[in-house]
Design a protein around this ligand. Structure first.
Ligand code: F6R
Length: 237
């Protein structure tokens, strides 16, 4: 695992976008894994800029998102499909038919896993991290769950994500998520973490034991992981 520390979230975003640009340019039909949440938004803005400037061409890129809330239709204002369209896909030259987000109504776990497999696996997977150490929506548990699955969200995660909804009550209680095995099968993983509120999680994930109670710790068993932190997130390392 390689760890790099940058001054702030903006410089993390520039560095993350450069990693994506490089990977996409290197491989025709590159398969990328994408994340939602606040952390990747500046990276997506950078990628939009690079696409508009002609530096990155998304026309042959295939994407798979990590997760989706159970019970939310793709066009629901708080769905991750809608988030991805608004934050990235609507602004770049990607073919929407090549973009995939798990289906929160059908909960197509096995089909989603198979689609990723048929596409040849993920070349570069982007990850954020929850304050409880979750990756995708794989919450702390007694054992790692490997395939794409339906996960019960912890109250902490629901509270963390309530800012995207009108109230905590509206936050779904479960999500469909790529599993730990799905994520670990990506050939390369890029994790971005910003903000002081993640500083304790960073220490536990990067320095603590590799245990399912801290899901992100498993990334240390992967041979090609790059972690980009801002100084706030790295402040307790
Ligand atoms: C999102 C995802 C989550 C987020 C995590 C951090 O697709 O899989 O693991 O990366 O909850 O979210 P933010 O960036 O909002 O702090």
């Amino acid at each position: 695992m390689q760890v790099r520390i940058y001054k702030d979230a903006a410089t993390v975003a520039k560095a993350a976008a450069a990693v994506f640009a490089d990977e996409i340019t290197k491989k025709d039909g590159c398969v990328i894994g994408l994340a939602t949440g606040s952390t990747p938004v500046p990276t997506y803005q950078e990628l939009i800029r690079l696409n508009k400037e002609g530096v990155v061409d998304f026309s042959k890129v295939i994407s798979y998102n990590l997760d989706e809330y159970v019970g939310l239709a793709p066009d629901h204002p708080c769905s991750y499909r809608r988030f991805m369209n608004e934050q990235l896909f609507d602004h770049i030259n990607i073919d929407k038919a090549n973009t995939h987000v798990p289906d929160g109504l059908k909960c197509n776990t096995a089909e989603y896993e198979e689609m990723i497999h048929q596409a040849g696996g993920v070349d570069l997977q982007l990850l954020g991290i929850g304050t409880d150490g979750h990756i995708g929506f794989n919450e702390p548990a007694d054992e790692f769950v490997y395939p794409t699955n339906v996960v019960k969200l912890t109250e902490g995660t629901r509270k963390d994500n309530a800012r995207f909804f009108n109230s905590l009550d509206e936050v779904p209680t479960s999500a469909i998520s790529m599993g730990i095995g799905t994520i670990m099968s990506a050939r390369r993983i890029l994790m971005i973490i910003t903000g002081k509120n993640k500083a304790d999680t960073v220490v536990a994930a990067l320095k603590g034991p590799v245990v399912p109670q801290m899901p992100a710790s498993i990334l240390r068993m992967h041979q090609n992981v790059l972690v980009l932190l801002d100084e706030d997130a790295a402040s307790k390392l």
